[in-house]
Design a protein around this ligand. Structure first.
Ligand SMILES: Cc1cc2nc3c(=O)[nH]c(=O)nc-3n(C[C@H](O)[C@H](O)[C@H](O)COP(=O)(O)O)c2cc1C
Length: 326
């Protein structure tokens, strides 16, 4: 199933808004692989329309060769149904429902993880979705919004949509991405869930995945987010520096083609990639990337950082690596 012999369950790529778009997904798939399915970052309705940018991202023509699970984020049932309709027209029969986004402007509008504190709203949303034919649902959620046991009120409601699985990040929405993962509540949820459960949280290496599977043998799958964004080759044993250069080239080519705001926008976008990509990059190399103003300057700075990729990928602090030659 996976290129790593000890991983016998699917490995899914988590959606990261602003990072794991179609360009990133295709590059990760073509160069490194190891991902069984990719979740698209959530789509939403704005000004009574499904955002065009979101529709473009999941356009099957821009996602060839990958298994893609589109995701919707909504509080209002009519908004959810608009997105589902658009996705069905593109041929999708499997849609994920976002009950996990912790970003306050979203969660405070009772969307994403915010909805976990309002079971009545979740119920209304599920009732509307249950009227749709020909779609299988999954849910990506947290333990709760402001309490770590709010999942207990949500779980029984899932019977309305009978999800194929639920992916759980063991934090509350209020915690955002900080603080301890709540192992105790995750275990309680795993034991109580009649739906197959996917674990999602802080998996950064193949070893992390193996340990998690060993610890929770009933998991249906694992999902990797920031670990894979940091090291898109994390699932590919034997990935070489040339692979990382090729991955980066594919990003540059893809964004050159897809962004149409000129060179400055392209450079800003490429610089943004380094907020999550190769966080072990030496400070001075990272600074050169941030300071670049033209595509040429950016390419030179990125080439220097990529020449040092093995250093960036080793977990050792910079000083310890000074004598290491690659
Ligand atoms: C910048 C950023 C964007 C994210 N966008 C989404 C999203 O669109 N949909 C979603 O369900 N989760 C989103 N998440 C949450 C991740 O999918 C994942 O659940 C979270 O990062 C925890 O997993 P990890 O520790 O493997 O990164 C986002 C997280 C980050 C940091």
């Amino acid at each position: 199933m996976n290129m790593n012999d000890n991983i016998q369950i699917p490995v899914l790529a988590a959606p990261l808004q602003g990072v794991t778009d179609n360009v990133w997904r295709i590059a990760q798939h073509d160069v490194f692989g190891g991902v069984d399915a990719y979740y698209a970052p959530f789509m939403r309705v704005e000004h009574s329309e499904v955002r065009r940018k979101d529709l473009r991202d999941v356009d099957p023509e821009r996602n060839t060769g990958t298994t893609l699970i589109p995701q919707i984020l909504a509080c209002q049932p009519d908004h959810a149904l608009m997105m589902v309709d658009a996705l069905k027209q593109m041929g999708y029969t499997r849609i994920d429902i976002n009950l996990g986004c912790p970003f306050p402007p979203i969660a405070l509008h009772r969307k994403g993880s915010g909805m976990l504190a309002y079971p009545d709203l979740a119920e209304a949303l599920f009732q509307a979705l249950a009227t749709v034919d020909g779609v299988q649902w999954s849910v990506k959620m947290r333990l709760g919004w402001d309490r770590n046991d709010q999942w207990r009120d949500i779980l029984p409601l899932l019977d309305i949509i009978k999800p194929v699985n639920i992916a759980v990040h063991p934090r509350t929405g209020k915690q955002q991405y900080k603080g301890d993962l709540d192992v105790g509540q995750f275990e309680a949820l795993l034991a109580a869930s009649p739906w197959p459960v996917i674990y999602n949280g802080s998996l950064r290496t193949v070893e992390d995945i193996e340990n998690t599977i060993q610890r929770y043998p009933t998991l249906a799958a694992v999902m990797v987010g920031s670990g894979l964004a940091a090291n898109p080759g994390m699932l590919a044993p034997g990935a070489t520096p040339a692979d990382y250069r090729r991955f980066h080239d594919l990003l540059v080519d893809g964004y050159t083609e897809q962004l149409n705001g000129g060179e400055a926008q392209l450079v800003r976008h490429l610089q943004d990639i380094w907020q999550t990509f190769l966080p072990g990059t030496a400070h001075k190399l990272f600074k050169a990337i941030r300071k670049s103003r033209t595509l040429d300057q950016y390419q030179n700075a990125a080439a220097a950082a990529l020449a040092d990729v093995e250093n960036a990928l080793s977990d050792k602090p910079e000083d310890e690596n000074q004598d290491v030659l690659f």
